[in-house]
Design a protein around this ligand. Sequence first.
Ligand code: SF4
Length: 405
Amino acid sequence: MQTLDNPNLTNTPAFDTTIHRRKTRPVQVGDITIGGGNPVVVQSMINEDTLDIDGSVAAIRRLHEIGCEIVRVTVPSMAHAKALAEIKQKLADTYQTVPLVADVHHNGMKIALEVAKHVDKVRINPGLYVFEKPKSDRTEYTETEFTEIGDKIRSTLEPLVISLRDQGKAMRIGVNHGSLSERMLFTYGDTPEGMVESALEFIKICASLDFYNIVLSLKASRVPVMLAAYRLMVQRMNELGMEYPLHLGVTEAGDGEYGRIKSTAGIGTLLAQGIGDTIRVSLTESPEKEIPVCYSILQALGLRKTMVEYVACPSCGRTLFNLEEVLHKVREATKHLTGLDIAVMGCIVNGPGEMADADYGYVGKQPGYISLYRGREEIKKVPEDRGVEELINLIKSDDRWVEPE
Ligand code: SF4
């Protein structure tokens, strides 16, 4: 909570800076829990062929070791589904168990049933699970046709739901804007409503079978569509008294800087509103590159703290040293001190006031000298060339230093 200095506002209540997360039911995926007030879970997906057992085991391990908490694999055929048994065993023998999710697509009922024995969660896409070939001459969907396909979906989904329910495993109902079924497109159009109704149809079948270990996603490649779909889903769930956790993502976000910004705009906006329990940043790059982006989004919003938080001014005409260089040096020396907030500010005019309550500050004092701060208290002035060394000494004297691994 922060107070405002403006005397006209002294009676105004301070703004609440906490993100109030939407209440959701906990869903267990292996040893990780999604929702239920748990930290937002980071996930990604390997792009190895699941038939390549050794390659897949190595890829899953690589992701897990850098902080990916749930790993997704794709299972396009029955052989792929069976390969998961070996992958899981090999992970346990050579590394450790890792929560795994299998992606099942077109008409995947038999594949899903097989893979459900080996993984912790199965992801299905309602638009593809019972695939109806679009009819080019169709002008309408009659109520009877709509219901008939609905019945077919129910009978196809039932065995999977029962299997997951009886094993205590989870399901992601993963709707994609780009692959809505023809039936939904005809009824609701290519809209967030169509995406939400598609998810609700599957949720209702699950609920009728007493299965609630569900996570939902409503991804789109356009951020405004994705935002609208998730917000509408939350609104509909509130109306219906549902508390399913949400998996956030922007599909086909691309690569490089824009891919990261697009993902952050979509995922970060919803998280800031308290919406979202697990995230995946989808980049057209190796999956290992996605994990730091996930953590940066979560750290920036104060939802998880996985690295040192650096506060640094942009520098200006008052700056007394090469800020970019000094920030780099400070970061290299202290980046393993997860949990600390460290500020690097160019001058004492605005620096100390703008350090945002950092634990330690490194501030330009006068040409050739910097000052070290503990919180808002100036501790000592030191020559600039000893700045980093003295910062380390200060942290050591507070017993907050650990040696880098
Ligand atoms: S802290 Fe000082 S050097 Fe940095 S931007 Fe502000 S005024 Fe400029």
